[in-house]
Design a protein around this ligand. Structure first.
Ligand code: CO
Length: 214
């Protein structure tokens, strides 16, 4: 797409919004109160708002390569804390996608320079689920399964975060959801993960027992 086309598109978009509602941007400027935090991949084919059919103001969004929730990543930690403590989101979604280049790199290891450290957590997911993955004979099915298992492990990483646990104890929210976007047919799939049950199974290791709840 031509660079200048972007600004022409923007003008058109403003006009469309104002035709439907002359106060659209006045109201948008007043603030945000999204109920969802979406953490997805940076992949250009997986456009969060489009695939969910949502409008500006409805979803707080964080994207990185292969939708990782890494405990030492200041960026994702700040996003989760802000979403949970200040925006008080009701749902946190981890959305992976089939044909994810980051996940593929973990299946076929090579030296990728700066990306090596980022991809290490993905390689850890592969190691954690080595037996299941190696029992899948077909390469593409193994690739798809690692995408799903990566979503599961990143949901696990969300429930290990103190702000999330603290909010759970106080309000029962946010609910954690694991999704996969199928770029091959456009379908959004809810993996049906029960993260409260998963938390119970790892509680003896990861429950931080927030101080103000004892
Ligand atoms: Co990806």
């Amino acid at each position: 797409m031509d660079f200048n086309q972007i600004f022409l598109n923007n003008k058109k978009w403003i006009a469309e919004k104002l035709t439907l509602d002359p106060d659209y941007f006045t109201n948008l400027a007043k603030g945000q109160s999204p109920e969802y935090l979406y953490i997805g991949c940076s992949d250009s084919r997986v456009t969060a708002e489009d695939l969910m059919g949502v409008q500006p103001g409805e979803v707080f969004i964080h994207r990185n390569i292969a939708n990782q929730v890494i405990p030492t990543d200041n960026n994702v930690n700040a996003v989760v804390q802000y979403a949970v403590e200040h925006l008080k989101v009701k749902h946190i979604i981890i959305c992976g996608h089939y044909e994810c280049g980051g996940v593929k790199a973990a299946l076929y290891p090579s030296d990728m320079g700066q990306l090596n450290s980022w991809l290490q957590t993905l390689r850890d997911v592969r190691r954690l689920h080595k037996n299941e993955l190696e029992s899948i004979p077909e390469d593409n099915q193994r690739f798809d399964r690692l995408v799903e298992l990566n979503v599961l492990e990143q949901c696990m990483n969300i429930i290990k975060i103190d702000h999330v646990q603290k909010s759970w104890y106080k309000t029962g929210f946010p609910k954690i959801h694991g999704w996969v976007f199928n770029v091959r047919n456009g379908k959004l799939i809810d993996l049906g993960l029960d993260m409260e049950k998963e938390f119970m199974s790892i509680r003896s290791i990861y429950d931080l027992k927030p101080l103000d709840n004892q």
